[in-house]
Design a protein around this ligand. Structure first.
Ligand code: IPE
Ligand code: IPE
Ligand code: MG
Length: 259
């Protein structure tokens, strides 16, 4: 018997507005510090300019056939940064949700934070939870901000959830399959992105969406995040559209040839 296939391993079935499947795009927003350094500015300025880039990108995404956007805002490893920089990043998350919530709500955007909630200050958690509650019924566009997120930590948390369910007698180890495990990730449902973009020229994953990246197309763009905008996203989508995804199978043309 073949093992159960995770939901993310199947080609996306839903038809998008333009007759194409609606896309889930994930972005590692990198390069804020170098952008600032290039200008002789403190790193904080790069992070602030990064918020403006996020705003532009969120506004441009629905017009490009994107229905879900998951952005990496703060990793479990970013706690290693100097305290003032951590405070700046926390403050920006708070400010973003405060200043943009009304517009996001009006534009039909559903917002969610993914990652570990323990470790975040109570006031930030409060703002985040209020934003999630106020936009819960929106369905036009999904914005997920990975904050205090680490791919490994998320997998461990999902494993712990399952182990606790077994301990409580509400799950059995032999029933565990990929779909069930995936449901325990903080990114569920709809965990797997179609493509993952990293800006700044770095070509690494840095603990982002480790489970979910199984069949994602990876796109590296040589632009610092504060300079990013819809035109860069458009170029990434065009690159994505030119690729053939096979999910372990064979290309459509080769199905006939093989027969
Ligand atoms: C990305 O920019 C933002 C976060 C990690 C929060 P960086 O701060 O990593 O910028 P660089 O990589 O140092 O240029
Ligand atoms: C990944 O970028 C985290 C975010 C963009 C939030 P980093 O800048 O932290 O990654 P490394 O340290 O270059 O791998
Ligand atoms: Mg970086």
């Amino acid at each position: 018997m073949s093992p159960a296939i995770g939901m993310h391993d199947r080609p996306p079935p839903a038809a998008g507005r333009a007759g194409r499947p609606a896309l889930h795009v994930a972005i590692i927003m990198d390069g804020n510090g170098r952008w600032a350094k290039q200008r002789g500015l403190p790193r904080a300025f790069g992070h602030r300019a990064g918020v403006a880039a996020l705003r532009r990108t969120v506004e441009g995404a629905p017009g490009l056939g994107i229905e879900r956007l998951t952005v990496f805002g703060f990793s479990t490893e970013n706690w290693r940064r100097p305290q003032p920089e951590i405070s700046e990043l926390m403050g920006l998350l708070r400010a973003y949700f405060e200043s943009d919530l009304a517009r996001l709500e009006r534009d039909g955007v559903r917002v969610r934070i993914v990652g570990r909630r323990t470790g975040l200050d109570a006031d930030i958690l409060d703002i985040v939870e209020r934003a999630e509650a106020r936009t819960r019924k929106n369905d036009r566009f999904h914005l997920r901000v990975a904050f205090n997120y680490g791919g490994r930590a998320d997998i461990v948390d999902a494993a712990r959830k399952f182990a606790l369910a077994v301990e409580r007698g509400v799950a059995r180890a032999k029933d565990l399959d990929e779909a069930m495990f995936e449901a325990g990730l903080s990114t569920a449902p709809g965990s797997a992105p179609d493509l993952i973009i990293r800006t700044s020229g770095e070509q690494r994953v840095s603990n982002f969406l480790l489970w979910e990246c199984a069949y994602a197309e990876l796109i590296f763009q040589d632009v610092y995040w504060p300079d990013y905008g819809p035109e860069h996203l458009k170029a990434a989508i065009a690159d994505f559209r030119s690729r053939e995804r096979r999910f372990g199978g064979v290309a459509a043309d080769d199905v006939l040839a093989a027969g």
